[in-house]
Design a protein. Structure first.
Length: 314
């Protein structure tokens, strides 16, 4: 009798533990990952769509498969597809997430009048050229949320997010450290500008640009980080500034050429203050990312949704 009671207790405990494990592994994020994987045909593409890193996504899928005891993802050199079991789960996930979204909307409606103060962080490129329009849109869509931005270089923004000083940040640096989750919001192109009377021609190659003393952003900025990647052995800069506006003015005054975000130079190029030079082997457009660490608060999620919508409409 005793052994039978122990067996029942053990079985109940095992079932409860497995249910708890599945509840943890079948999170809302993993359900979204399954859906995106089915639609995009690749773990990396699916992960980026929901703001996960590919290694994190692969680990989540592997842990779920190990717990379930069967394969969900068929991996090939040409991409990844869901197995029949994975497809069934993805279909059910759509129904679950539809209900979850309705529940979240209901919960947000109940709290829509609760004020919130959020201090966010943005790189100088984002802060100078995108944040002002974002603030207007946020004030219109979320009047109960008071948002402020601290603007600094990308390295400082990452430190604020990791340190918990800002729940959400916006950067364009090419590499992100461990502990940071991100979502790509848009892409930005680096361009070469020079004084109107510069001796540089209409085009310039990377080797040619490496021989010219540039007016540069300071170490720690996303623009400087990408420049260090594509022109690691370039000439010594003629000057460094921690402001895009100051660099544009320095170039216009004849100090030398510079490599900056297209966002930062567009107005000066249109006004003839500086001349844009075609960079024949320029780097690929860099991603502008929202970054966070840990779970986003409801207010931060809603602010991010408004920003994503604003960028989609631009």
């Amino acid at each position: 009798m005793c052994s039978r009671d122990l067996g029942i207790r053990s079985y109940t405990f095992d079932m409860s533990a497995r249910a708890e494990s599945l509840e943890r592994l079948l999170s809302i994020r993993v359900l979204r990952l399954l859906i995106e994987l089915e639609e995009r045909g690749g773990v990396g593409l699916a992960a980026r769509a929901i703001g996960m890193t590919q290694p994190s996504a692969s680990r989540a899928l592997a842990a779920l498969e190990a717990e379930l005891g069967y394969v969900l993802v068929r991996r090939t050199p040409l991409g990844s597809t869901l197995t029949s079991e994975g497809g069934v789960l993805a279909g059910q996930a759509r129904e679950v997430l539809a209900e979850y979204d309705r529940l979240e909307g209901l919960a947000q409606n109940f709290s829509s009048e609760i004020p919130a103060d959020i201090r966010l962080a943005a790189s100088r490129t984002v802060g100078e050229h995108l944040v002002p329009s974002w603030l207007t849109q946020i004030a219109r869509e979320l009047p109960q949320v008071r948002v402020s931005f601290h603007v600094d270089n990308s390295q400082a923004v990452i430190a604020e997010v990791l340190g918990g000083d800002a729940p959400l940040g916006f950067v364009e640096t090419p590499q992100l450290p461990a502990g940071i989750e991100s979502s790509v919001l848009a892409h930005d192109r680096l361009v070469v500008i020079a004084p109107p009377d510069s001796e540089l021609g209409a085009t310039v190659s990377a080797p040619e640009l490496a021989t010219v003393g540039l007016v540069e952003r300071e170490p720690g900025s996303g623009t400087r980080a990408l420049l260090d990647e594509v022109l690691p052995d370039r000439a010594r800069p003629v000057a460094q500034f921690d402001s895009n506006t100051a660099i544009v003015q320095a170039v216009a005054a004849g100090l030398g050429p510079a490599v900056l975000s297209e966002l930062a130079v567009a107005e000066a190029v249109r006004g003839g203050k500086v001349r844009e030079i075609e960079w024949t082997d320029c780097p690929a457009p860099r991603p502008l990312r929202a970054i966070w660490s840990g779970e986003l608060s409801q207010a931060a999620r809603r602010v991010l949704q408004v920003i994503e919508w604003a960028l989609g409409e631009a």
